[in-house]
Design a protein around this ligand. Sequence first.
Ligand code: GLN
Length: 204
Amino acid sequence: MIGVFALQGDVREHVSALRAAGADAVPVRRPAELAAVDGLVIPGGESTVMSRLAKVFDLLEPIRERIAEGMPVYGSCAGMIMLASDVLDGRADQESFGGIDMVVRRNAFGRQVDSFETDLNFEGVDGEPVHAVFIRAPWVEKVSSDVEVLARVSGGPADGRIVAVRQGNLLATSFHPELTGDLRVHDLFVRMVQDAQTKEEAVR
Ligand code: GLN
């Protein structure tokens, strides 16, 4: 079962996309709900609010612990910020769950281009390029050598910027695949969760 962090953000869209991709999906608002899931999606929304609510609802440390134990997590947009070890242009008291060794800049694409759309070649996603919708999106400014870069913007003022990464069981995109009806990024994550479960069963 895959949970969607549901204290803030576009929760419903991710639940629908996961279900359309064939997974059981449930919203997660409490530690007991987190304990019941095998993977977690952190949606788009507002990372400063997510950070505050995660503390208030006692999910910050439990999510950090599950990440450290290897639970697969996928973060989109604000969710990418929540998975970053380092956040630029955040609020002073903003905390992330961390997990991916990368520097992410909030609202990086600038005010003139609050939102834009482009096609991306996405490593690990077969077929047509992925049509990506960016809304006040972060980009990845720096990654450690443990982080795989899966997609970069090609062309325009943000040419070459990193917008999708993976480190172990953690996946993050600057954009919102839950808004386009293209299920391939959710498919990839559902497979990551299944693979992690298979490995766990093999160890038991
Ligand atoms: N700008 C938002 C933040 O900093 C992210 C925007 C989004 O998730 N669409 O959290």
